[in-house]
Ligand binder design. Structure first.
Ligand code: DON
Length: 331
């Protein structure tokens, strides 16, 4: 039995919330043994499978952090949400959606099959590899660094610091990622790419290798929850319409081929990555006023032991538990 499985009353204070989250993290940390760290990118294998950490940042400034909150890890596929947002900000939503669809695949993230069977002919969505590689080709700039500069600048405004690439992870993926090269050549043959293939892949590998912490993911989630406005500065960093499409993509396609289950059992937009990170967005709720984080929050989770679909095994269980306890579901 998980400790603290009772209805919360936020009036009892933040310390009380913190105690509950600490108990839940301790409980689910023991279940990290049931998963496996990703090893198809050799550098990822070095992660400690028993790690579990979470950061929850609310619009009113409340922060709950628990477990391993200090580790840096590569953002991996979570960066696909950001590259999509930046491409839309540069090219316009209509232009981007004419080239990449917004439909879930029900297939693994690096599937090639769906590219061949899809009508109309374009990648299914920006959160699978074919879509994300196409998005990398749409980013403006001649070099990968030029293409990624606006993404770095957006992250710098959200986080208050400029993110850095984990060079070991970047090199490890660049030198082993035959599947992504195959997808790239397929996209090139079909005429989907708007930049040179090697620059496009370099851009994709680099944004997957950006280092983040659970606090960074929670801050990104908080800005998305707040319709693209940074709650500390009131600056609109992401146009509302683009933030809205990004969140709907996270809800329908963000957790690989487990997105339907995550939407059913947790009920919030989220995006995972193979290093074990999860970015989750809790929009403001319009229910009883004493629910925790009623004005919305961002959540960052890190747990590198993955389940069969490639999602953090303990991270998913922890999020499901918190969503049930705090009534986070949109539905
Ligand atoms: O393409 C890859 O293999 C990684 N850089 C990203 C993988 C990942 O996190 C899964 N994506 N949905």
């Amino acid at each position: 039995m998980v400790q603290g499985s009772v209805n919360l009353n936020i009036e009892r204070g933040k310390e009380w919330l913190q105690d509950y989250v600490d108990n839940w993290v301790n409980f689910y940390q023991k279940q990290t043994d049931e998963g496996k760290v990703a090893n198809y990118i050799p550098r990822l294998e070095h992660a400690d499978p028993n790690t579990l950490g979470i950061s929850i940042i609310g619009k009113n400034g409340t922060i709950i952090r628990s477990g391993d909150t200090d580790s840096e890890f590569s953002i991996q596929s979570i960066s696909k949400v950001l590259s999509f947002i930046v491409a839309c900000m540069e090219r316009g939503l209509t232009y981007v959606l004419q080239r990449v669809d917004v439909e879930p695949t029900g297939e693994s993230f690096n599937s090639i099959m769906h590219l061949e069977i899809n009508q109309p002919k374009k990648p299914f969505n920006p959160l699978v590899n074919s879509g994300a590689i196409t998005i990398s080709s749409l980013l403006k700039g001649k070099t990968s660094d030029q293409k990624l500069e606006p993404l770095y600048q957006l992250l710098e405004k959200i986080l208050g610091h400029r993110p850095e690439i984990d060079v070991d992870v970047y090199v490890s993926e660049r030198d082993t990622s035959m599947r992504n090269r195959a997808i790239g050549y397929y996209l090139l043959e079909e005429g989907y790419l708007e930049s040179d293939l090697s620059i496009t892949l370099e851009t994709y590998f680099k944004h997957c290798s950006l280092n983040v912490t659970v606090d960074d993911l929670a801050m990104i989630g908080l800005v998305l929850s707040n319709d693209g406005i940074h709650p500390n500065t009131d600056e609109t960093l992401i146009p509302k319409q683009i933030a809205r499409v990004a969140k709907s993509l996270m809800l329908t396609c963000g957790m690989y081929d487990a997105s339907g289950k995550f939407a059913s059992y947790v009920g919030i937009p989220a995006k995972s990555g193979v290093s074990g990170g999860i970015l989750a967005v809790v929009p403001p709720r319009v229910r009883e006023q004493d629910l925790p984080f009623i004005e919305g929050c961002g959540i960052g989770v890190f747990g590198p032991a993955l389940d069969k679909q490639g999602n953090s095994i303990a991270g998913i269980k922890l999020l499901r538990h918190i969503a049930n306890q705090w009534d986070l579901s949109l539905f």
